[in-house]
Ligand binder design. Structure first.
Ligand code: F6P
Length: 550
């Protein structure tokens, strides 16, 4: 059934009228007039705490936003996704990353197949394999234990595992050094190979399709390097394993399919860290912690499925983001993890959010009648404070920020964690309160300046404030908390996709560049001078060809 255009719905219209007033609201006075604002606009779920009180909204706004969520069918579509309906319409696929973290025995039948049994059979294989590598029983061709693991993959076959391995650094095996090679740029592979010994290195070729150009080129290069550095053809099985849905291509590449970890077309690439694509995570932290990671995500899934919308953390995070994007015109969302181990989390969220909802047509192919996904970007605090926070505080655009922090550190270095949390909380306070001209004047009063000097400085030192942010807290960055955090953002992305009525599970926008790159690659290696493109593209190709002859 065709959904009505977003702007024509009664609840969107109600929000528009409400927004006309709310645009002028000042966060300072919202807090000053409601002592209960913090308890009213915070929520707990699956070991996470979300404070969304520092946004320009009130409980009436939330009520109207939830009316919209209901009118757009968020609950119905959530259930359709969780029950395995084929909601990815352009690819006719179910969307079941949530099934990857269901406990054993929770039956879920899709197309006549009990997928819970399939999922746990692969997890059993992951456990058996990771126990052997970590325990030192899996040996390289010269009888030595594995010391280095290189995951070769790109997009969802790289970003999730790499982010999670870094995030769970404190839980990692001391002997195993993890490397991630994703870029077709040979400098990436070159840098990794320079650090490892073929006798003790295990390569994971991770690709859902096993056709992705970058990954296939990198995997071929790794195999050649291995064969040229002492390994023999018959040793490949000890050093190369694959994670894929494409058994035939894995066998053709020369990987023993006994060492292949399958997954399924109902797992989207950017939602695949829970599948065998997470093999590098399980190798780094061990199967027990990997299971905790899955359990943390499952707890968030259960919350998403069961909690009323008023207390549903992913729904609230989505609705607040929608409000900022749609009615406060926020074109980007900055992610600020105050946790160095979440260094790659903003990059991970970029793919999750922007590849999912960076769309301009509805599921039926009509033009979307509003803006959709904001640009997602970010960097760890406190580093970000000393780089681009200037613009966030005093620039002309208003950029909402998600602050993410753990209340307790996973290290025991004295003094650092209080300093970190102090900065995190100070920043969200500063974005909210700003600093008025009178406050600046009062500050400058005791500093031996003339009235003219003070007035000249006032505009520069004034902060507009009233800038929205969320704060997400966890106790510690454990495997379970990380699982819940990722699942929170996955479901947030899903809910926003439902509001905009886009298909959050395809990614046709990445195809055109792939096709053009194949054509240009053959022109770069051919004899003929390029003449099939515009003058810019022809000129650039010509320069690269000329450089090859130097
Ligand atoms: O080109 C985009 C994309 O399809 C992503 O969606 C995906 O995560 C990535 O490429 C890698 O795909 P694969 O796992 O099939 O190599």
């Amino acid at each position: 059934m065709r959904s009505p255009a977003l702007t024509s719905t009664a609840s969107f219209k109600a929000l528009e009228s409400h927004a006309a007033e709310a645009r002028d609201w000042q966060l300072r006075s919202l807090f000053a007039h409601d002592a209960q604002r913090f308890p009213k606009l915070t929520v707990d779920a699956a070991g996470l705490f979300l404070d969304y009180s520092k946004n320009r909204l009130n409980t009436a706004t939330i009520g109207l936003l939830l009316d919209l969520a209901r009118e757009r069918g968020v609950e119905r579509q959530r259930d359709a996704m969780l029950n395995g309906e084929k909601i990815n319409l352009t690819e006719q696929r179910a969307v079941l990353h949530t099934a990857l973290r269901m406990p054993r025995g929770k039956q879920l039948v899709v197309d006549g197949q009990d997928i819970n049994a399939d999922v746990h059979a692969v997890l059993d294989h992951v456990k058996e394999f990771t126990d052997r590598v970590r325990g030192g029983q899996w040996l390289g061709y010269s009888g030595k234990q594995i010391t280095d693991i290189i995951n070769i993959g790109i997009g969802g076959s790289d970003l999730g595992p790499k982010m999670a391995v870094l995030a769970l650094r404190s839980y990692s095996h001391p002997r195993l050094k993890m490397h991630f090679v994703s870029n077709v740029d040979g400098h990436d592979m070159d840098a990794a190979l320079a650090q490892v010994n073929p006798e003790t290195t295990l390569f994971i070729v991770a690709s859902k399709t096993f056709t992705t150009a970058e990954t296939m080129l990198n995997a071929g290069t790794a195999r050649n390097w291995f064969l040229q550095s002492g390994g023999k053809q018959e040793d490949l099985a000890k050093h190369f394993v694959a994670v894929s849905t494409n058994t035939k291509a894995v066998a053709e590449f020369g990987i023993d399919t006994a060492n292949m970890f399958p997954f399924w077309d109902w797992v989207g690439g950017r939602y695949s860290v829970w599948s065998a694509i997470g093999l590098s995570v399980a190798l780094a932290v061990g199967f027990g912690y990997f299971a905790d990671f899955l359990a943390g995500a499952h707890a968030m899934d259960e919350h998403f499925r069961e909690a009323p919308l008023e207390q549903n953390m992913p729904v609230l995070l989505a609705m607040v983001g929608f409000w900022n994007r749609q009615f406060l015109n926020a074109g980007s969302l900055s992610i600020a993890p105050y946790h160095q181990d979440l260094n790659r989390f903003p990059a991970y969220l970029q793919q999750l959010d922007m590849e999912s909802n960076g769309k301009r047509v509805t599921r039926n192919g009509d033009a979307v009648d509003t803006v959709t996904c904001p640009v997602v970007w970010g960097e760890c605090g406190t580093n970000a404070q000393h780089a681009y926070f200037q613009l966030l505080h005093q620039g002309t655009d208003v950029t909402p920020i998600d602050f993410i922090a753990a209340l307790r550190a996973t290290h025991d270095l004295a003094g650092h964690h209080d300093a970190l949390l102090a900065n995190c909380f100070a920043q969200s306070e500063a974005f909210m309160t700003g600093k008025t001209a009178d406050e600046v004047r009062a500050d400058l009063a005791g500093q031996n300046l003339t009235p003219e000097q003070i007035e000249a400085l006032v505009p520069h030192k004034t902060f507009p404030g009233n800038r929205p942010s969320n704060t997400i807290l966890m106790d510690q960055l454990t495997p379970g908390a990380l699982g819940a955090l990722i699942a929170l953002y996955e479901h947030k992305t899903f809910v926003q996709g439902v509001l905009w009525d886009v298909n959050s599970f395809d990614q046709w926008g990445v195809e055109l560049g792939k096709v053009l790159a194949r054509n240009i690659q053959s022109e770069l290696s051919g004899e003929a001078q390029p003449d099939r493109h515009d003058s810019s593209t022809n000129g650039l190709i010509g320069m690269a060809k000329a450089a090859q002859h130097i």
